[in-house]
Design a protein around this ligand. Structure first.
Ligand code: HEM
Length: 195
């Protein structure tokens, strides 16, 4: 398991390493900051969708061990989302709170992205064994927030789609819809036929 975790760590860190290396080597295209911003956002969403895929994958395959990788994948989603926000705040807004607030008023999709990140924050903070123990049953309730976070991330993505770039967001939206529907179906009350 430790080897699988290490392998997962290296795979998940790869996009960040490539982006930072690309920045220093100057091969992130004509607008490196835009590439950094968009790529970190897309990777945040990809890892978020992957986190949601873990439970259906366990149900489908019976492989219980995949659940033990969920925490790491979720933390990577948060890492890329936090990096995405840092790139935005630092390079687009020069860390000036007033301009960030003005931008929120001007471009509502920014508010949607921020809401997604804010929902992800308590999930990342309470992902440790200690918090799982402390929160008990409420831990599962709290971590259900991963679904609205993913939906908000998707809305944020759809809001800024440029021409002919529908395929990727549509795939993620389809996956999230399937995972949500499956969850709801698994939780349905079983009505017994008493005749
Ligand atoms: C504080 C939070 C956030 C801010 C301020 C923010 C801001 C931005 C900005 C300025 C862009 C570029 C828009 C453009 O090119 O016109 C962007 C793109 C994007 N963001 Fe965010 N975002 C935030 C949170 C998130 C989160 C939490 C996710 C995912 C879960 C996310 C996913 C994306 C995606 C997928 C894109 C599009 C990338 C592309 O066009 O290739 N963002 N965001």
């Amino acid at each position: 398991m430790r080897l699988i975790r290490l392998g997962l760590f290296l795979v998940c860190a790869m996009p960040a390493v490539m982006l930072v290396a690309g920045l220093f080597l100057g091969n992130l295209g004509v607008n490196p900051i835009e590439t950094l911003l968009n790529q970190s956002g897309v990777w945040a969403l990809r890892f978020l969708v992957l986190t949601l895929a873990v439970t259906p994958l366990r149900w489908l395959t019976g492989a219980v061990w995949v659940v033990r990788l969920r925490r790491q994948i979720g933390l990577w989603a948060f890492f890329y989302a936090a990096g995405h926000f840092t790139v935005y705040a630092l390079f687009e807004q020069s860390l000036v709170l007033a301009t960030i607030l003005a931008d929120i008023a001007d471009r509502p999709f920014i508010l949607v992205g921020m809401s997604a990140l804010l929902l992800m924050l308590p999930l990342a903070l309470t992902s440790t064994q200690g918090w799982i123990r402390r929160l008990g049953r409420n831990w599962k309730r709290l971590h259900w927030l991963v679904y609205p976070a993913a939906v908000l991330g998707l809305v944020h993505f759809f809001w800024i789609i440029r021409a002919n770039r529908w395929t990727e967001p549509l795939i993620y939206a389809g996956l999230v819809a399937v995972f949500l529907a499956w969850r709801a179906w698994r939780r349905r009350p079983v009505i017994e036929d008493r005749d």
